[in-house]
Design a protein around this ligand. Sequence first.
Ligand code: NCD
Length: 362
Amino acid sequence: MDELPTLPTGRRVKLLNQNDRLFHVIIAQQFDRELIEHLCRIAEMTRAIHDARAGARFLNTVLSHKRAMLYFIQPSTRTFLSFTSACQILGMPYNDVRDTSTSSEVKGETEDDTIRVLSQYFDVIIVRHPQEGFAENMAHMLNAMPRNIPIVNGGSGKDQHPTQALLDIYTLYRNLLPSPLDCLRHDHDHNPFAGKTIAFVGDLKRGRTVRSLSYLLARYPDVRMLFVAPDELQIGEDISAYLDRHDVNYEYKADLKDVIADCDAVYMTRLQDEHDVAGESKNIDLSRFVLTADMADRFRPKLIIMHPLPRRREIDKRLDADPRAKYFDQVRNGMWIRTALMAYLFNADGTILDHYHSYYSY
Ligand code: NCD
């Protein structure tokens, strides 16, 4: 299993999908443009359906026959709560393990065995884990078991956070299209990212959300990405090699104020110092990687300001009331896109689509 990360991406994706459909959700490279747009559409329909009491009641039956486990052994607020909210919206009971000191792991049970055991009770396991390849390895392990259930990666060490990338791209769609409802259209020829500049700022080396979102954005021709970070925290060479292979236009930058006027979206991140081995990031000067209130006069009128949260000091709080600040919208979008993803994983996206079309005629 240790050799897994060296497998070519296409092979990894094949092992995680079943019948050409997503089964385990582990890496952002599993999502093509059609699937991203499909999930955005299901998310948009779900939130419209949920607006009416009868609609919310319908959604509450969609996955009431399935059960979810959240195995979250790294701290989490939003990812945890948005997945539990998604489960509640779809009527799916859930349970969680957040503290292994209360599980049999203290008696020496391995994490592999814990996952095998959990797979007997539940129909999906959402995993947040500090170790990069853990979720993927568990997916492969379950593939070899008589009872196989999907593993969903809710954050894998410094590597990836594919469901965060989905909510980020959903947020971008909702703001780049003329109206959020345009997410409902089947217009695969329209590329809302063409000619757009998106800057990623901060700790790009260890920020898994940026890594996953870069893979998704690489699906859209003519997008321009700026990686704005101190040298020590610049995005990994595996990502730049991927972008090179996919002919994506990207540049490295070292000062946010030099590029802010060119940005259609700016994606801020915090220092990921929990990954420090010996406090090595403590003395890095981050002053050039802060979105300050005095930059606002250079913002484009429709700039999209994003942050996966939690925030420290990298966005001035005075910008929170600016209509271009979308980081709290991202939180809510995360709940709806994860609802769409859970429905999709259990083949219930069609049920939501049919319901929508029988009640609304968009
Ligand atoms: C992020 C994470 O855990 O990777 N948070 C989240 O899921 N929204 C970002 C972070 O912790 O900085």
